[in-house]
Design a protein around this ligand. Sequence first.
Ligand code: 5AD
Length: 369
Amino acid sequence: MYDIDNILNQTGFTKSDIIELLSVEDKGEIDKIRLRAYEIMKQNCGEEVYLRGLIEFSNYCINDCYYCGIRKSNSNVERYILNKDEIIESAKWCADNGYGSLVLQSGERTDDQFIDFIEDIVRTIKTETRSQKLPEGLGVTLCVGEQTLENYKRLYNAGSHRYLLRIETSSEKLYAELHPDYQSFQKRVECLKLLKLTGFQVGTGVMIGFPNQTLEDLANDILFFKEMDIDMIGMGPYIVHNQTPMSDLSDIYKGRKQEIYQLALKMIAITRIVLKDVNIAATTALQAMYPMGREAGLMYGANIIMPLLTPTGVREQYQLYEGKPCLDEFSSDCFECIQRRIESTGRTIAKDAWGDPKHFFNDHLRSDF
Ligand code: 5AD
């Protein structure tokens, strides 16, 4: 028998400690993990919640991930790209409403026209959202996939300073099961290194509960975040999309919903306990599973929420998984709803703040493993 208290009181964690924590199912013991995670978050990051307005500006994609609804082979999806004015308008709304930061996310493209477009958008956002409250404009995070070092540098020099690129799983074997051959695990890892080298605050993450993934794989994921010196984490449950090659598993998944949801919350808490000073997002996929999923994420040690700013008309075309919430809401509805939801957990929203991950500046903590 492991003693959960003993494990939780340590400062360093082995793989078997992490597996042990992940396998806890007793409600009282889960609560201990949750409370420890919250305490560590409070000590290292504070209790405030930071917002990143999320603009899903295009669903064109050159990749074919077997789990994703906007994979290039899904011919049911109507493809779109927002124009510059639409994106800038959303960015200004974001700044005017005190969000502090914004995420520009899209399907992956690597053509010059695409990079030129994002570069121009980032420059414009940085100049047009400057104010007394935000002297350097909104904090801009990009989530636009695998690119060359040269392109990463261009995007960084344009003024974006954070980048999200999920590893999806740190197991090379599982990665190969989730993606076609031409999408390589090694390349994804290489891109994370290039992003660090460029100077970005780097975010990554995994999906939780997809076929063949074990608790050991998830423990390795957390160790991977540590090893790669990751600053920001976004993780969520895997959710079936019925227009993907993995949809024939949907019946199995219906039966596992509660288990996967719990596992996702435990992953958030344990990642917080092991990594301490990183930013962790309570992701929309949690909410897609259960209406209060994101609030639960905050209780388990997450400190970031990404309210959707994508214009209502195209939200339906950006469904990575089924049950995406807020499809027909307006940004302002999302804002009020988020504010109420966050306050319901006893937390406050940090207004007009970039909310950079402390880890990026805390060099001394990097070698304490
Ligand atoms: N279920 C859960 N998350 C998914 N993503 C893509 N498809 C799904 C799905 N079916 C996540 C991936 C990707 C992020 C943008 O969305 O982790 O990196």
